[in-house]
Design a protein around this ligand. Sequence first.
Ligand SMILES: Nc1nc2c(ncn2[C@@H]2O[C@H](COP(=O)(O)OP(=O)(O)OP(=O)(O)O)[C@@H](O)[C@H]2O)c(=O)[nH]1
Length: 384
Amino acid sequence: MTQPRKRIPVTIVTGFLGAGKSTLLNRILKDPAMKDAAVIINEFGDVGIDHLLVETSGDSIIELSDGCLCCTVRGELIDTLASLMDGMQTGRVRPLQRIVIETTGLADPAPVMQSVMGNPIIAANFELDGVVTVVDAVNGLQTLDNHLEALKQVAVADRLVISKALLAEEVALVKLRERLRMLNPRARLIDADMPEAGSVAMLVNGLYDPATKVADVARWLGEENDHDHDHHHDEHDHEDDHHRDSHGHDHHHHDVNRHGEDIRSFSIVHDRPIDPAALEMFIDLLRSAHGERLLRMKAIVCVAGDPDRPVVLHGVQNVFHPPARLAAWPDPADRRTRMVLITRDLPEAFVTDLFDAFTGTPRIDRPDRAALEDNPLAIPGFKA
Ligand SMILES: Nc1nc2c(ncn2[C@@H]2O[C@H](COP(=O)(O)OP(=O)(O)OP(=O)(O)O)[C@@H](O)[C@H]2O)c(=O)[nH]1
């Protein structure tokens, strides 16, 4: 297991074509706290870095006039991260505190996220801190209607920044906010016009709060932003939306299906330690059978045998960070396993049934763990 706090945080800034990614990033780069950051511009088409004030220095790594390192990548993000790592080790590149990757507007963010998580050498040195997605207030709704990439960019975000708000009609802005809340209730929603949008704090979304150096699980899981969550707790007549069952865990979801997009955000909370083998099987089955539908998963898990040191899981589709163990629970009074999942075309019930099967919660008409281990094909949709 790796210790995430020694790794260099990587934040991905995404958003559709012309949404305002570079504008936002240029503002953030003026924050003195960004002086030891490197910016990687992940362009796949024509390279366009002239919107940044840069001085070329020979290779693809460019020293920005304000001290940031900047490089433009046409393909292999992994190579670039590895070469930055190598540069730091050999003294060619000064020690970096943060990496920011600006994606091209048309990109599905998943492969970019996976480049940070999936390669063992990269994952040993870097961690995906978070995803900041810029949404244009003028064109945002239409873009979400027409482009799956834009939907995915919003769905996986830790923060959503609305740009060009002053140029949009008030009604359109209200609709856009509603839509974003539906698609991603846990992301913080910020106006690009607000001063905080221009600070390094925008890029800090990871498990570790750099100020305190301790794990901030509630922020990482987005619990503090999920206002609907509190709402449902109070509303006893919404049994379908939120229920706590008699087996010690509760499920909560946001169903966006009625809006024509089957992107769901839901959580699983479980208050008993989980057998590590069962946890591994659950994750393996989920990602091997339905990886591409699992847009993102974050979890803090109480594992049987070592319940005092929670395991942190973070995955994008079928690629996960190597699991990390925290030295202790951030709040010793709350040792519940909490998982947050964002899925596309993958019903919540499928995931929760699978979880129940592995955690020993019996359900009528569902395969239990023994049956699944004997015959994984018993799971609908599983392909060996
Ligand atoms: N009024 C206003 N204009 C903005 C804002 N953000 C971006 N713009 C303008 O929108 C245009 C596109 O902004 P960029 O920052 O280049 O957008 P981008 O997402 O980096 O664009 P690509 O890299 O081409 O995908 C520019 O003309 C910006 O000046 C904003 O918050 N308000």
